[in-house]
Design a protein around this ligand. Structure first.
Ligand code: AGP
Length: 611
């Protein structure tokens, strides 16, 4: 969950490195640092805290050199501190490294190195790795590339590393389990954990695969495996636009992304639906059509918000495709001994495509013979490269740590997969599919309407910004949404919040209800509406404060609730797409009122690439 950046070329490296770190700060911001090679000397500058602190620290320093590496950290081994910050130097100070990942066997390596007289200034696994490389180079008298290759052969764990030596105008990049991408410039190369820092410089990129390394000079790049097999790098052209990355006038990326949802839902439908004849075209689905046809069950693997999207999808699939669906936390699935049948289809849902637990879980399912279908947002990320087929959500770059547009884009793609499967299994008529697709096509417009409630939501947020706890309740399609609404609030406002099936309250949690407990109900019209109204009455009878997401014009629910937020009428299956908006906005405005760092909440990172 760290961000790494590298540059080698004819420009001054430090501004490129700092700007690159800013694009990657969503991956972790406990500390940041840069190292540049200037007249045969490595200069390192690193600080606890965000990149902006590092930037002011180096502001008046004379930093030359056109080769450099940089890092923004999410602490794994060793607390956030100056000494644990990357880049790390070897004992001689002649080689430097930045690293994203975890070296599992670093303790045993550290012991051996200490017995040889190496000393360690930090508690990190990364400092062990750079001294292992130094030790190998001393013993083998090889160049830095070969020393790195030999050293990595001794390492167990996940890494994306960039190494720099003061004795060679070369950067060495290596990948295993953590993301890294190379930008190909004109007489210069860029390295980063994802493509966002690269695109203002070049749209030509090379994605290294696990077990590969790149040896980069200003005018030459060689890719080989750690086993020393030369590879022909594939140069891919990217189509991310820079303006996607700017806030475009919004105060936070999260707010911008909430407002992008009509566009991102539309983009996730575009080209996949023929409204006239009710046809659905998903290239990835067609690639494994028989697997879907013969599947007796679907297993969904995901984490966090993506797991909530999977839970909604369970309701879709069971209703329309009549297939059993089990929705698993990837982090639990990977450490059980799950029963997998050869005809199982696994759907892996991930915005970043880099979540370590989800990646490990699909690798396990694949080893046991399942077919893997990916629903990811980042093209070329690790998870799509480990699936048998997949469909990308077209939400565009999502920078806010709290996932919003990716969630509703996931619901969109999962709905299309479900309907395509229902048609394949002849569980649903074409006419019914046509009708649902028309409703889906109207969702962006209904989301636009829901966005207009922002002022009312802000007023409610002002009343509850100092609440200590929240409970979110829903039934049916509203239950996964209750979980998602609670997650949004806790992860950006740091207020404790729990989501529950509304009926579950009487089995214990209702003891929590009193005049200090705000309870958010997803209380839209639908099959479980009457039951939800009863649950609202139960909370009201115990003086709970009710905030209800209601269907526009629903006077009954509004009469019971203390505060209500209206959304346009939809049928039950489409409600999650629209009701997500007030839940996202309520969390956003409360977090802003509490002065929280909405786009980079404490302790979190956008992409959890370590377990
Ligand atoms: C969602 O708001 C969180 N940032 C987090 O739960 C996230 O959904 C989870 O880490 C999974 O990430 P992924 O979708 O990139 O795999």
């Amino acid at each position: 969950m760290c961000g790494i950046v590298g540059y080698i070329g004819n420009k001054k490296s430090s501004p490129i490195l700092i700007k690159g770190l800013k694009y990657l700060e969503y991956r972790g911001y406990d500390s940041a640092g840069i190292a540049v090679l200037d007249k045969g000397q490595i200069q390192t500058y690193k600080k606890k805290g965000k990149v902006s602190l590092l930037e002011s620290f180096i502001k008046n320093k004379k930093i030359e050199g056109n080769i450099g590496i940089a890092h923004t950290r999410w602490a794994t081994h060793g607390e956030p501190s100056d000494k644990n910050s990357h880049p790390h130097l070897s004992n001689s100070g002649e080689i430097a490294i930045v690293h994203n990942g975890i070296i599992e066997n670093y303790q045993s390596i550290k012991k051996i190195l200490e017995s040889k007289g190496y000393i360690f200034k930090s508690e990190t696994d990364t400092e062990v790795l750079i001294n292992l490389i130094e030790d190998v180079q001393k013993n083998t008298k090889t160049n830095i590339a070969e020393a790195v290759r030999l050293a990595l052969a001794k390492v167990v764990g996940a890494y994306a590393v960039v190494i720099m030596s003061q004795n060679e105008d070369t950067l060495i990049v290596a990948k295993n389990g953590s993301p890294v991408v190379l930008g190909v410039g004109d007489g210069e190369y860029f390295i980063a954990s994802d493509a966002t820092p690269l695109i203002e410089h070049t749209n030509k990129v090379i994605y290294l695969n696990d077990g590969e390394m790149a040896i980069i000079k200003k005018d030459k790049l060689i890719v080989k495996t750690i086993k020393n097999v030369i590879k022909i790098p594939y140069i891919k052209k990217l189509d991310i636009k820079l303006e996607e990355l700017e806030k475009e006038g919004f105060s936070h990326f999260m707010l911008k992304e909430i407002y992008e949802q009509p566009r991102s839902i539309r983009d996730s439908i575009r080209g996949r639906v023929n409204l006239k004849n009710g046809e659905i075209k998903l290239a990835g689905f067609e690639e494994i059509l028989d697997k879907f046809k013969n599947a007796k069950r679907i297993i969904i693997l995901a984490c966090g918000t993506s797991w909530h999207a999977g839970l909604e999808a369970k309701y879709f699939f069971e209703e329309f495709a009549q297939i059993p669906v089990s929705v698993e936390y990837a982090s639990e699935f990977r450490y059980r001994n799950p029963v997998i049948y050869k005809d199982d289809v696994v759907i892996a849902i991930s915005q970043s495509g880099e979540t370590a637990d989800t990646l490990a879980a699909i690798k396990l399912a694949k080893e046991k013979g399942a077919t893997i279908f990916g629903v990811c947002n980042v093209v070329g990320s690790s998870i799509p490269r480990h699936t048998d087929a997949g469909s990308y959500t077209h939400a565009g770059t999502e920078i806010g740590v709290a996932s919003t547009k990716a969630f509703t884009a996931q619901l969109t793609v999962l709905m299309l997969i479900c309907l395509r499967l229902a048609l394949l299994k002849k569980c649903i008529s074409k006419n019914k599919v046509k009708k649902i697709l028309e409703e889906l096509d109207s969702i962006p417009h209904l989301v636009e309407k829901a966005l207009k409630e922002k002022d009312k939501i802000n007023i409610i947020a002002k009343k509850f910004k100092n609440a200590k706890n929240f409970i979110y309740l829903g039934r049916g399609y509203g239950f996964p949404l209750a979980l998602e609404g609670a997650l949004k609030l806790k992860e950006i406002s740091y207020i404790h919040a729990e989501g529950y099936p509304a009926a579950e309250m009487k089995h214990g949690p209702i003891a929590l209800i009193d005049e200090n407990m705000p309870v958010v109900f997803i209380a839209n019209k639908g099959p479980s509406y009457e039951k939800v109204i009863s649950n609202m009455m139960e909370v009201k009878a115990r003086k709970g404060i009710i905030i209800a997401i209601v269907t526009k014009g629903d006077k009954d629910a509004k009469k019971i609730a203390d505060y209500s937020i209206e959304i346009p009428e939809t049928n039950e299956i489409m409600m999650p797409f629209v009701a997500s908006v007030p839940l996202q906005m309520l969390a956003y405005y409360i977090a802003v009122l509490r002065g929280c760092d909405v786009d980079k909440p404490r302790n979190l990172a956008k992409s959890v690439t370590v377990e």
